[in-house]
Design a protein around this ligand. Sequence first.
Ligand code: PMT
Length: 221
Amino acid sequence: VTAPDLTGRHVVVSAGGTREPLDPVRFLGNRSSGKQGYALARTAAARGARVTLVAANTALPDPAGVDVVPVGTAAELREAVLGAAADADAVVMAAAVADFRPAAYATGKIKKRDDQEPEPIVLVRNPDILAEISGDRVRPGQVIVGFAAETDDVLANGRAKLKRKGCDLLVVNEVGERKTFGSEENEAVVLGADGSETPVAHGPKEALAETVWDLVAERLG
Ligand code: PMT
């Protein structure tokens, strides 16, 4: 039986992967399925929280009792997260957000011409939502959690990312073409800004989600 330790709390979770359009039929995206974020939303609701789930391009059933806000691009995800974060006790950014988007959007499908070399795709930087909400806390005591998806030097990169982003907790997980993305399981180390390190053994994404909420609940007091 889950303790209802998040009763009366509003939490915001982002899930899935953003898609940055190139033209009406193509986009730059990533391999996130949204499963880790949905596990966070389900477990928070089971612990009594009011949950806003900002879902980027997922194909999963809406968790019962959760307010789902569908989004497409990083800009849309930012608007939805900033809006919901205004009265949130905690924000957990499990979504894989594109760091860059195409500089230009072609309103018609980009054509292939046999007599021409392909045009390079020019990218511009997207705003860093996690750094923004961590640096500019809208509510005193708000707990902000990021994820770090790393393919190499996982812990060292995670520690550097925690400092750079300024969040309270950073869940560091290893990813690959078939690792973590889309699977039912995950394993991670949760780094705290206070220097704490909480390892979570390989297991269902719900188990990692429960540990994240344990650490959030401790910090909310
Ligand atoms: O969805 P699944 O298939 O279940 O897979 C889960 C997962 C691998 C997507 C998830 O566990 C995970 O690691 N999510 C974070 C992916 C990611 O974007 O990591 P990052 O290291 O690139 O970004 C670090 C953090 O900054 C993340 O919290 C991200 O949401 C946030 N960010 C990134 C870029 C940006 N412009 N704004 C952000 O807020």
